[in-house]
Design a protein. Structure first.
Length: 145
């Protein structure tokens, strides 16, 4: 198969054009996400101001919920404390599975620990959890204004 310089140039041109379109689409998507997040925050504030945990209409059913979230230990000392706790309670096998722990896995672990039969008063190396508010929305209509 013989390839010409023009074919390569056209492919490069198409690639660069597609990359530019992709970057513009990501920019638009990020701006739309900011708008969506602002609506969520505003709706949470409205529900709290009205003293409502649930709201139902012909458009959607909405529930306001809270959960406790912890952050991944940042300092070396906090990491040693946390991993020491895990090793002491569960052993090396569990510890190895948690050495590259991410935010979601850590919070799942934290919630399991706190809902256990004998929950600890605190988990060494983890700071005080923050309360996070979120909405569960069940849409009733696909199209709404």
């Amino acid at each position: 198969m013989s390839v010409t310089i023009e074919e390569i140039k056209e492919k490069v041109k198409a690639l660069l054009h597609s990359e530019k379109e992709y970057e513009l689409a990501k920019e638009i998507s990020n701006k739309k996400k900011e708008i969506v997040d602002a609506h969520y925050d505003s709706l949470i504030e409205l529900l709290e101001s009205a003293g409502l945990k649930k709201f139902s209409s012909e458009i959607a059913d909405i529930g306001l919920h809270t959960r406790l979230r912890v952050t991944v230990p940042k300092s070396l000392e906090d990491k040693f404390q946390f991993f020491g706790y895990v090793r002491g309670k569960y052993g090396d096998d569990v510890l190895l599975g948690m050495t590259t722990i991410n935010h979601n896995t850590l919070n799942s672990f934290y919630n399991n620990e706190m809902s256990s039969e004998n929950p600890p008063s605190a988990i060494p190396g983890l700071g005080v959890p923050n309360e996070e508010k979120y909405l569960r929305i069940s849409r009733k209509e696909i199209e709404h204004g």
